[in-house]
Write a protein that binds this ligand. Structure first.
Ligand code: IMP
Length: 178
């Protein structure tokens, strides 16, 4: 049984769109001139972020996805990261931008970066829409971060709680009402 909860708006859809524009300007300066960029989205939480991000990028770009296990249906990170779905294509010699929804303990991003680095990309950068620095257990930070947020459980804009609320246009925090 799910506990009853409400969602308090934390980051508006407008603020997310404005921040993505800013981030894309920085990503452009980093990858200007490349014709070998692959944007790798970590499923499932990054699917809306990656869709908005690539449409704001004026670069030739390929898109691929990787799914790593994380929270399951709960609210605690499992710490042991497993790859549930690997990339379709090779990344050796390519420029790679890894797109994560939230960096929380850091286990997922650190594992994925280690794995992809072992495949010999020419250059690899990472971007996370959200960062909860106070929750970190592994010293890792994405190269670009949309917003730093407090230690709250958030949903919306692709991010779920027990698979729900991914379709909200904004980011909200879950507040239990029982
Ligand atoms: P980490 O391995 O602890 O850094 O966790 C990263 C993953 O946990 C993210 O990609 C999310 O899928 C999930 N996660 C972390 N915080 C939240 C949250 O507040 N809401 C929903 N999922 C979260």
């Amino acid at each position: 049984m799910q506990r009853p909860y409400v969602i308090d708006e934390l980051i508006t859809a407008k603020a997310i769109a404005a921040r993505i524009e800013e981030l894309c300007r920085e990503i452009h300066s980093e990858f200007r001139g490349t014709d070998k960029l692959i944007v790798v989205g970590l499923l499932r939480g990054s699917f809306i972020f990656i869709a908005d991000l690539v449409r704001e990028l004026d670069l030739p770009v390929e898109v691929d996805f990787l799914e790593a296990s994380s929270y399951g249906d709960g609210m605690e990170s499992s710490k042991e990261v497993r790859i549930l779905k690997d990339l379709r294509g090779a990344i050796e010699g390519r420029d790679v931008l890894v797109v994560e929804d939230i960096v929380d303990t850091g286990f997922t991003l650190s594992h994925v970066i280690g794995l992809l680095q072992s495949r010999g990309p020419a250059r690899m950068k990472s971007i996370a829409l959200l960062d909860k620095p106070t929750r970190r257990e592994i010293a890792i930070k994405a190269d670009w971060t949309g917003f730093e947020i407090p230690d709250e459980f958030v949903v919306g804009y692709g991010i779920d709680y027990a698979q729900r609320n991914r379709n909200l246009g904004f980011i909200g925090s879950v507040r239990f009402t029982d």
